[in-house]
Design a protein around this ligand. Structure first.
Ligand SMILES: [Zn+2]
Length: 467
């Protein structure tokens, strides 16, 4: 690595660690714009804010790329025990839930492992499926909320009742369908309310529940926000550094996703200010809209930029990257890149743990499906025990540390710089056949098979079941 290259990084890091621009931006996003939920005023203000900042930082072509989608507006939800006793319980509906009135007994499917659904195959039909948010133990993969919902629906449940695994965090939210109204109502309750239901059932026998949702799914428009830094020696090749900016409507979404969104923005500021003219290939910075109801911005980006996908060297997803823990890379099965990242870590004099795995639940996935080399920032040594306060009302700015924002930015910006200069770049886009083979062999993607089964049953807004 040349002497001037190291000096350039030293100037970037000196700038990063002696200003608090990255935290100032997070405060604007969270305290001024709120959740930035799709369809809210804050969402539009956030998109405009990113474009304005890109322009202020000197990036080329800061732009909003609009796309239409099916949104969701929360209405009041209610949950009541109606027999053999009566009791009103607090709840919220889950994003993309339709407006429904359902009265039925509930079935406790515990952590929602596939085995739990098999065990209740005979008594789930027509009942309310109660499922905990906890990752089931003893599996070689995690089971996402949407898979738990889909298994409930495929099992003939009348509604979905999601219970938080954590005490003191209230209900956990999260969408139950992508870009359309779900066909079955979903509501969410706290651990404490779930425990109360279990106790009441033990004392009074089978409980009859009545739940009502009043949500709406209007047609809306959102925006991906993008801006570029031109490359010099490889102007036709690109890196993509991205993160979504929409948070869930019940919180600030400070950790998920805004801590990563501001790291994308800060990387753009530092690279534009200190590395313009020193890049090999170009870098495109993208803040995606509407990740929380099905990666819609990223899916739309990939669809709108098909002809450019061959020229993307790498896409790094910073979703929620500015939280605690080590800032490594979770690479989506590109072992050819291990030695590159190891060399970077050594030259950068920091720890960059590298893991090789796949995951379908953030904005890198639509790129992954197209064969583009992708990774997400994260700790490959971390064990997934659940979301913590993410997706609850307590994902607020006070949980995010400036030191973590700086560390995430530092790793991302330095890796972008080095990736743009690396010659030859060791990987290129996978064929569709190679992607298909990978999809079939990855245990972590099993949930996608359930999703496809669900999509196949769903046509024109109605379930094609025998009922
Ligand atoms: Zn996120």
């Amino acid at each position: 690595m040349s002497h001037s290259f190291l000096e350039l990084e030293q100037r970037m890091l000196g700038d990063l660690y002696t200003t608090r621009e990255v935290m100032d931006n997070l405060e604007v996003l969270c305290d001024d714009f709120g959740s930035r939920w799709g369809g809210s005023t804050g969402e539009r203000l956030a998109a405009e804010f990113f474009r304005r900042k890109f322009s202020e930082y000197g990036l080329s072509q800061p732009r909003l790329e609009p796309f239409p989608y099916v949104g969701w507006v929360r209405g009041p939800a209610s949950l009541r025990v109606v027999a053999p006793i009566e009791r009103e319980l607090p709840c919220i509906s889950l994003p993309m839930s339709p407006a429904r009135l359902v009265e039925a007994q509930f079935v406790d499917l515990r952590d929602g492992a596939p085995a739990d659904f098999e065990a209740h195959a005979a008594d789930l039909h027509g009942r309310i499926a109660m499922v905990c948010s906890r990752p089931p133990r003893g599996l070689n993969r995690t089971v996402h909320r949407s898979e738990k919902y889909q298994r409930s629906a495929l099992g003939g449940a009348a509604a979905f009742l999601y219970v938080n695994q954590y005490a003191g965090y209230g209900p956990e939210t999260g969408s139950i369908a992508n870009d359309r109204e779900a066909h079955m109502a979903g509501i969410s309750i706290s651990l404490e309310t779930g425990e109360l239901l279990r106790r009441l059932q033990r004392r009074y026998g089978p409980l009859r529940l009545r739940l009502e949702t009043t949500d709406e799914c209007p047609s809306l428009t959102s925006w991906n926000v993008a801006a570029d830094l031109q490359g010099t020696s490889r102007p036709d090749e690109w890196l993509v550094l991205g993160c979504h900016y929409d948070g869930h409507d019940i919180a600030q979404g400070a950790h998920d996703p805004a801590s990563g969104a501001v790291a994308v923005l800060e990387s753009a500021r530092l690279l534009a200010r200190h590395a313009t003219g020193a890049l090999g290939c170009g870098i495109r910075f993208v803040l995606f809209g509407i990740e929380e109801t099905g990666l819609l911005g990223a899916r739309r980006y990939v669809a709108q930029h098909q002809e450019e996908l061959d020229s993307i060297r790498f896409m790094l997803n910073l979703d929620a990257a500015g939280g605690p823990g080590r800032k490594g890379v979770l690479v989506n099965r590109w072992p050819e890149l291990n030695s590159f990242f190891e060399r970077c870590a050594e030259q950068m004099a920091i720890d960059i743990p590298v893991g090789q795995r796949t995951s379908a639940y953030s904005d890198h996935y639509p790129f992954f499906l197209e064969g583009v080399p992708t990774a997400m920032m994260g700790d490959p040594g971390g064990v997934n025990t659940g979301r913590g306060f993410d997706h609850t009302a307590y994902d607020t700015l006070d949980k995010v540390e400036l030191a973590d924002l700086r560390e995430a930015t530092s790793v991302a910006a330095r890796l972008m710089l080095r990736m743009s200069q690396e010659e030859p770049w060791p990987v290129r886009r996978r064929s569709h056949a190679a992607v298909e083979a990978l999809l079939a062999s990855e245990p972590s993607l099993e949930g996608q098979i359930i999703r496809e089964r669900m999509e196949a049953l769903y046509e024109g807004g109605r379930m094609k079941t025998e009922e």
